[in-house]
Design a protein around this ligand. Structure first.
Ligand code: PFF
Length: 547
């Protein structure tokens, strides 16, 4: 039954919403993760595939989430409650499938996994599609717990850069210093606390006075800093090699593995699959053009990822480093790069400040998903929810921060997970990252597009999208491409390809299948690694004799 709703807070302007949503999307994913996975996966060709994933999967799913939010004016759990059918055969089938899987796992002696699958299966059976919303809240907790740890490191690096303490002669010295830094609980947990406190402070003040106001200040600042850094990087002698690596595609370096990484990352980078955009969409007015807003947020996120690459690779190459360093790229290679520049500490401070800002506007969206659930569904006050769950996430993140350098520092938890699941990741940090990025987000994204495409239905969704979108959805794609957008044929009764019909096809067929493939790969049920050619059989005795 619908609960009586308090007046819902809304964004003060459409522009404010776009900046806040872009703030959520633009984060560590763009500036920390995108450059290093591009570096590891061969550069330009990977970038092209990533762009394709953004257009084919990211944009359509983004529109689904914002539409769900605006239509229901609820956060994810409420949104699914409101739109779910009384009883859904699809949900029952999924639930039953998971219980069957649990039985298989039981037979193979994977007791921990079996219990988990049975629990999820029964929950899906009982609560249906609402579970997708609940998964989003869970993902918010999980992601923010490790996200705020990395964000904390960048806070620490701003301080260190400003104090001139990042003066390393080479990247191995920088690597050692980084290792010591994250192993020091005072630094790692302290910086994590500062970051979480900032998130709580902003979300505490609400949608308009907190999230929107700060996004309006921080996002332009982020663009400005990034432009300054790009100008510095591309004017360094030898920068050309970096630009070439980043922008000229060499398909021989691209692997199937790389394609799937690009797909998963498109998801993470656009903040999709966990209802962050449903939550932000629920504060949007009916007059806003959500079609255009989705497009703008997607373009801005992609632009910043490309700009981050242009700020980082030219500098890395110009200073004679390799781009294949992995997650340490910005913490181990960049300080050394900056150190070799004139005004090094200044550029380093600017860069890490940029990363903190990007992480902050994403961190608040993660905390908002959790907060909005307790405000909307549990009738908590915003202030209590923010402080309580900010605190809980701080504690969980604190465990992550400690476990990164030493799992054994948490012997009880380590042993418990080991007993239940057989083996565990290198740290609690890796475990949470894996659960959220490889399981919860892809699965959530796939279920959201199936829900909008097949359960709620594109027909109802498009009515919502049309509100405020000034015929945008009904523009004929072919006419648009031909520059004949306002041509007479616009009113044709003949069934032609419109942006709306294109979107419907994408979310009903293409996104779910692509995400399913990525998901199966992430959990190692599909292996895209090139297989080694079988070695020739040993020569038979006759052959040996013949020699
Ligand atoms: N999109 C953010 C980034 O690229 O860093 C991460 C993120 C934020 C993921 C919010 C999911 C989310 F709901």
């Amino acid at each position: 039954m619908d609960q009586p709703q308090k007046a819902r807070e809304h964004w003060a302007s459409g522009f404010g919403f776009v900046l806040a949503a872009a703030g959520s999307a633009i984060g560590l994913g763009n500036i920390w993760k995108f450059p290093y996975i591009t570096g590891e996966n061969g550069g330009g060709a990977f970038v092209l595939v990533y762009l394709l994933c953004i257009v084919v999967i990211g944009l359509p799913v983004m529109l689904c989430e914002i539409t769900l939010g605006r239509h229901t004016q609820r956060s994810p759990v409420g949104a699914f409650k409101k739109l779910s059918p009384e009883s859904s055969t699809v949900a029952h089938l999924i639930g039953a499938g998971m219980v069957m899987t649990a039985l298989f796992l039981l037979v193979f002696g994977r007791y921990g996994w079996a219990a988990l699958a049975a629990l999820v299966g029964l929950t899906v059976f009982r609560y249906g599609w609402v579970v997708v919303g609940a998964m989003g809240v869970l993902a918010g907790f999980t992601i923010l717990s490790f996200y705020s740890v990395v964000a904390g490191w960048t806070v620490g690096y701003v301080v260190k850069a400003a104090l001139g303490q990042l003066a390393f002669a080479d990247s191995s010295a920088a690597g050692d210093a980084f290792g010591q830094f994250i192993a020091s609980p005072a630094w790692a947990v302290g910086c994590h606390l500062v970051f979480m406190a900032l998130c709580v402070l902003i979300v505490y003040n609400g949608v308009q006075k907190g999230i929107e106001r700060w996004s309006k200040i921080l996002m332009p600042l982020l663009f400005l800093l990034l432009v300054v850094l790009i100008v510095r990087a591309v004017t360094l002698p030898g920068a050309g090699a970096g630009i070439r690596f980043f922008l000229s595609p060499d398909f021989s370096k691209l692997t199937g593995e790389g394609v799937l990484k690009a797909l998963g990352h498109a998801f993470f980078s656009l903040s999709l699959g966990m209802g962050a955009m449903i939550t932000y969409g629920s504060y949007v007015d009916k007059e806003e053009n959500i079609f255009l807003a989705s497009l703008t947020v997607t373009v801005l996120d992609t632009l910043v990822a490309l700009m981050a690459g242009l700020a980082i690779f030219p500098a890395v190459f110009a200073m004679g480093f390799q781009p294949t360093q992995g997650p340490g790229l910005i913490f181990q290679v960049l300080p050394t790069v900056f150190h070799r520049m004139t005004w090094g500490p200044f550029w380093a401070t600017l860069f890490f400040l940029l990363v903190v800002i990007a992480a902050l506007t994403s961190g608040i969206s993660l905390l908002e998903v959790v907060t909005a659930y307790f405000v909307d569904e549990r009738n908590w006050s915003r202030k209590t929810a923010t402080v309580v769950f900010g605190g809980v996430i701080f504690l969980l993140g604190g465990l992550c921060a400690v476990s990164v350098s030493d799992w054994q520092a948490l012997p009880g938890l380590h042993r418990l997970l080991l007993t239940v699941f057989g083996n565990v990741e290198d740290s609690l940090f890796d475990l949470l990252d894996n659960v959220a990025s490889n399981w919860l987000l892809p699965l959530g994204g796939m279920l959201i597009s199936i829900f909008v495409g097949w359960i709620w239905g594109t027909r109802k969704a498009i009515v919502e999208i049309r509100h405020g979108s000034q015929n945008f959805a009904d523009v004929h794609v072919i006419s648009l491409m031909a520059g004949l957008k306002d041509d007479e044929s616009h009113n044709s009764a003949v069934h032609v390809l419109t942006l709306a019909s294109l979107w419907g096809i994408f979310i009903r067929f293409i996104s779910p299948v692509a995400v399913l493939i990525a998901f199966l790969h992430a959990i190692n049920w599909l292996d895209f690694k090139p297989r080694k050619a079988p070695s020739p059989p040993p020569p038979s005795e006759q052959q040996q004799e013949a020699r």
